[in-house]
Design a protein around this ligand. Structure first.
Ligand code: ADP
Ligand code: MG
Length: 247
């Protein structure tokens, strides 16, 4: 397979199994798609289909059994559904954690962490511990932590699903702003139809048993997206139709 430098990621007929003592359980089958550099890709599908497993595979945290993966990224960062913050570290220290691991001195990493907290609107809460933050604030700390390493690939696994609608809308708007500023590639696991249409250039719909690509949709609507336009609703209908065929 030829390496196209315009692609952050190429998966070609990739399969993976969950290893177990008795027998291998199929996890993902025959997955093929490409992610263009700087694009916003949404991985969409029902609960249990294998979306999180696919993220592990992309990051190389799980081996594949057949097929080929080309990874043209060097600094991936991940934002999790359940925030995954260290409860014993302040917001600032959570954001600085990855930088600490890379050996950066304290002054420099605190400067960068403070800057990233500001980018997500939390500079005034730097000394707070996760327990003293709301869900939306925790997710913003998670995002700031991801941004701190200046990622070339940002993977977000259902970042809005523990948030109420109003909080999620605000975070979504800020995320779009950050994506525009940084220009990194984003892969986001998602299960809300309008969110997906609003965010993504490309939607990979994953079906279950085992996880496979059901359909790939392109969304070529201009940005910022007009979420009440007939074109927007046309894409909502199109994705909804795909969901009907798999459920
Ligand atoms: P999603 O993120 O789409 O909700 P997951 O990728 O978390 O789905 O899981 C896909 C399927 O694989 C689920 O049915 C889940 O129970 C199963 N699964 C996840 N991890 C393992 C594992 N380590 N061993 C066996 N089965 C697993
Ligand atoms: Mg998941």
């Amino acid at each position: 397979m030829q390496n196209n430098p315009e692609m952050t990621l190429v998966l070609s007929r990739v399969s993976a199994d969950f290893a177990s003592d008795e027998k291998n359980v199929p996890a993902l089958r025959d997955i093929t798609f490409s992610v263009r550099k700087g694009s916003f890709v949404s991985v969409f599908g029902p609960s249990g289909a294998g979306k999180s497993t696919l993220m592990s595979l992309i990051l190389g945290l799980m081996p594949h059994t057949t097929g080929e993966i080309i990874r043209n990224f060097s600094k991936p960062a991940m934002v999790f559904q359940n925030y995954a913050l260290f409860p014993w570290l302040s917001a600032l220290d959570n954001v600085a954690f990855g930088l600490r691991m890379s050996g950066m001195n304290r002054k420099e990493r605190e400067r960068i962490a403070q800057e990233k907290l500001k980018e997500v609107g939390l500079e005034h809460l730097a000394s707070h511990y996760p327990a003293a933050l709301s869900g939306g604030q925790r997710q913003r700390v998670g995002l700031a932590r991801a941004l701190a390493i200046s990622p070339d690939l940002l993977i977000m696994d259902e970042p809005f699903s523990n948030l109420d609608t109003i909080t999620a809308e605000a975070l979504k708007a800020d995320l779009l702003k950050i994506w525009r500023t940084y220009g990194m590639t984003v892969i986001m696991v998602n299960h809300i139809v309008p969110d997906t249409i609003e965010l993504a250039d490309q939607i990979i719909v994953i079906g279950s048993h085992p996880g496979h690509v059901e359909k790939i949709l392109s969304v070529d609507l201009p940005r910022p997206r007009e979420t009440r336009s007939p074109q927007f609703f046309k894409h909502v209908d199109q994705l909804t139709e795909v969901i009907r065929t798999i459920s």
